[in-house]
Design a protein around this ligand. Sequence first.
Ligand code: ZN
Length: 420
Amino acid sequence: MLPIYKTERSQLQSDFDALAAITEPGRPWTRRSFTPMFLDGRRYLKKRFAEEGLSVRVDAAGNLIGRWQGEQPDLPVLMTGSHSDTVPSGGRFDGIAGVLSGLAAIRALRQAGYSPRHTIELVDFLAEEPSEWGLSCVGSRGIAGALEHQHLSLAGPGGQSLADAIALVGGAPGRIWDARRSDIGQFIEIHIEQGPVLERRSVPIGIVTAIAGIARLRMRIEGEAAHAGTAPMDMRADAGLAMARFALDLRAAARKVEGKGHFTATIGIMRLEPGGANVVPGAAEAIVDIRAENDQAMDDFLVLAEHLVSQAARAEGCQVAVVERLSRTYAVACDPSLRDSIAQCADELCLETLALASGAGHDTAFIARIAPAAMIFVPSRDGKSHSPEEWTDTEAIACAADLLARTLTRLDAKPGRPSL
Ligand SMILES: [Zn+2]
């Protein structure tokens, strides 16, 4: 029976408080990647990593990594972590919860005198959120070997290249391939759920099944612009109404996708042309965001959406001018055996768990390309995220950190696959 390693709540709280104070003052809580504020946050993390006995470095892709050397350095690395950057006016927990709970778990293990066989690493991935350079998950892409030359030449504020921005945070874009890892045995990321499910069900721990794939479509319906006062109601081709009809049909169809895991369809952008209060819309454009845990469900729905939009257009005497697939990523499954290990450890700690998919993207999706990877979710109050109202109790995060500590020792006790 493994001993229970309990995270020190007061230290975790003081780390959260310290990071929350490192924010753009007029815009809490903002710590955008590559900014001086971000570097201040990193300075704090570097100091704390070192205080907990980790050796600290910044890799070629600008990731901050704390390393606890194992007794058997040839065994693969057990890695945990998340990101310390935020969206503008974001929250105090998205990302940083995974870094600080990793630190808390390591602190608990070290203070109990635990000595790992495997090397344990804690990572603060660079720029998980989309930055001014338009690319998300910069650091985890680097570790996965997915940071390409064309990414490095992306231009940001003042025309500065992403390569220069990475150099500014201590990375080495000239030898970006050095960031690529082949020695990671397992990776676990703790993250706030950013949705309402765990809270509504009063379950403290979510074990992520998969990170949803995302598709975006641009739809354009054309009708006939006309005077809002003189065109009779039965003599119109109102493109706005056609798009509204499509939006309702899309929702109904998305709700009918059952038994295929997490599935959402959303229209977050809708524009009418010419856009006058006294004009019947002659054209309507919408961007459709579709997320699916199951790639086949996504494929089927993409075909259905095209059918629905032409049906809606026809019903209003309009026509579909454009259906464009702007982007498509595939779902990433979390490693089943790593999920099992987490679930078993949660059981032993009497923490109830719920299997659920992530509708949001995460660094784990990139790390899963090179190593078995999994995610632990903690509840978000009212499901709010990417806003100043984002909240998770320290106790809830500490429970996940306890679970992480236990899972790390469990993985550490297993015979590891040899380093590649
Ligand atoms: Zn995040």
